[in-house]
Design a protein around this ligand. Structure first.
Ligand SMILES: C[S@@+](CC[C@H](N)C(=O)[O-])C[C@H]1O[C@@H](n2cnc3c(N)ncnc32)[C@H](O)[C@@H]1O
Length: 259
């Protein structure tokens, strides 16, 4: 097997095969959250760090006006090509989620699988929530899903997934490399084993994520007074089952409301 190290986001076909199939529960939950938590109608939705647009293009297909941004130009090219293929507007662009503006504010935004943890400092994170406050209208929401660091129990640090489409088979594993409690920077090994008729390849990446305890998140979000925590859910994505956040909480989807 050929072995290489690289950024997995540079391989949108592989990324989308692994993560793209897992969208129905998130999609249904987001639509229910728009109905329950947005004041007024939700017509315009935005995804910072949209990647391949696995959720965004389905929102566009469902009739929402959509836009998204991502730092990775290959992911954006993939996202726009898929929008075009479905006869939809190519509305994703390359940008940093800490430093962007939109022409017209959106009703809702979503960012569901740890992407905001790529922002590796408090300054960058606060800048992101300030940019998001300018991108969402008052009464709108930002649905933010990620893993908190639980202070009770053992964190779920290791995950593996597999997916197959036609002749393409991918097995993926993620496991911790190191964690610095002072800087709160955690590094995870991420391995994609890709089996194709033309030959197999192993891609090793290192994911660098900033960690948050529930209190660290609460302290950070207070620095951007335009946002208030309206509700929280877990990754069972049940709109009728909001959760109370405490020291043991790990997977969380916050509904932040734009004041
Ligand atoms: C785990 S993927 C999630 C992609 C997509 N939201 C999804 O649900 O499939 C994380 C994405 O964050 C993007 N990203 C990381 N840092 C970023 C930044 N500062 N600004 C914009 N995008 C960023 C990466 O390029 C990658 O596409």
């Amino acid at each position: 097997m050929q072995e290489l190290t690289g950024n997995i986001y540079d391989y949108p076909v592989y990324y989308d095969l692994i993560f793209g199939s897992d969208w129905v529960a998130e999609f249904k939950f987001l639509e229910a959250a728009f109905k329950k938590h947005v004041t007024g109608k939700t017509k315009r939705v935005f995804e910072p760090a949209c990647g391949t647009g696995r959720l965004l293009y389905r929102m566009a297909k469902a009739g929402y006006t959509t836009a998204g941004l991502d730092l990775n130009d290959k992911a954006i090219a993939y996202c726009n090509a898929r929008l075009k293929k479905h006869g939809l507007k190519e509305t994703a662009w390359v940008a940093d989620m800490c430093d962007f503006t939109v022409k017209k504010p959106f009703d809702a935004a979503f960012n569901t699988i740890n992407s905001f943890r790529h922002l590796n400092s408090e300054k960058a994170t606060v800048a992101h929530f300030q940019a998001m406050a300018n991108a969402i209208r008052p009464g709108g929401i930002y649905a933010l899903g990620f893993h908190l660091t639980p202070l009770e129990g053992i964190p779920t640090d290791e995950e593996s997934w597999s997916a197959r489409r036609g002749n393409l088979q991918i097995n993926t594993r993620m496991w911790p490399r190191d964690k610095d409690p002072k800087t709160r920077i955690e590094r995870f090994n991420l391995r994609f084993d890709v089996y194709r008729p033309t030959g197999s390849v192993r891609i090793d990446d290192c994911l660098v994520l900033r960690s948050y305890t529930w209190k660290q998140f609460a302290t950070m979000i207070k620095k951007v007074p335009e946002w208030t925590v309206e509700a929280a859910y877990d990754f069972s994505y049940d709109i009728d089952e909001p959760i109370e956040i405490d020291a043991a909480t790990e997977d969380v989807l916050y509904i932040l409301k734009r004041k």
